[in-house]
Write a protein that binds this ligand. Structure first.
Ligand code: GLP
Length: 236
């Protein structure tokens, strides 16, 4: 695991954006795994800024988001579909046919998970996946205790994850379930970059850095992968 530390969230975002832009420039047809959350916003901002200058950045890029809330319509301001529009897709020349986000409103969520896995396979698999990390070590919405070989599926959100995301659902109806790529799905990405910054992540960063591999801490599964870079903000 390759560790790089930064003394500010801005410096971390600059570096993450450089990795992102380099990847899509070196392989304009790249298949990306993409995260949501507060941490990657700075990376997306910088990618958008650059791609506005050099239009055509995203023309053939294929994207798969890690997760989506169950039962939340796309148009809901708290949906990850909306997040991706707001922070990336609405500002770049991505082909909407190349955007994949699990449909959390599908009538049959089990079938939706199978369809999502098949779509990733059909696209040739994930080449590069960016991840955030929850305070409890979750990646995507794979909460503590998730088997490391789990595939895309419907999950129950823990109270702490619901609390961490409550501000995006101001009417108080924080979703209880989500569709997430599994840890096994994520580990099949040929390269992974994890971003960890901001308040409350120090413990998670230290636990990951310790190298102890344990299903009670989902991010530790990344130690089983040969090509992972962690970009971590050091506490000030
Ligand atoms: C959510 C997302 C995760 C993300 C995590 C951390 O739960 N499903 O993919 O990594 O939040 O978010 P933040 O960056 O806001 O701390």
């Amino acid at each position: 695991m390759n560790w790089q530390t930064f003394d500010s969230a801005d410096a971390l975002s600059d570096h993450a954006a450089r990795l992102f832009l380099h990847a899509i420039q070196s392989n304009p047809r790249i298949v990306l795994g993409l995260p949501t959350g507060r941490t990657p916003i700075g990376m997306y901002e910088r990618v958008v800024r650059e791609c506005r200058r050099e239009y055509r950045c995203f023309r053939d890029v294929v994207t798969f988001n890690l997760d989506e809330y169950a039962g939340v319509p796309r148009e809901h301001p708290g949906s990850y579909w909306m997040y991706m529009q707001q922070h990336l897709f609405a500002h770049v020349d991505v082909d909407t046919h190349n955007i994949h986000i699990p449909d959390g409103t599908a009538a049959d969520l089990g079938a939706e998970c199978i369809r999502y896995e098949a779509a990733i396979r059909q696209a040739g698999g994930l080449e590069l996946t960016f991840l955030g990390v929850g305070r409890n070590g979750h990646i995507g919405f794979n909460e503590p205790g998730t088997p490391f070989d789990a595939r895309t599926r419907v999950v129950e959100l823990t109270p702490s994850t619901r609390a961490a995301n409550a501000e995006f659902f101001p009417n108080g109806e924080v979703p209880t379930r989500a569709v997430t790529m599994g840890i096994g799905t994520i580990l099949e990405s040929r390269e992974i970059v994890l971003l960890a910054a901001g308040a409350g992540k120090h413990e998670a960063i230290e636990r990951l850095r310790s190298g102890a591999i344990d299903e009670s801490f989902p991010a530790s599964a990344l130690w089983k992968h040969a090509n992972v870079t962690v970009l971590a903000q050091e506490p000030s």
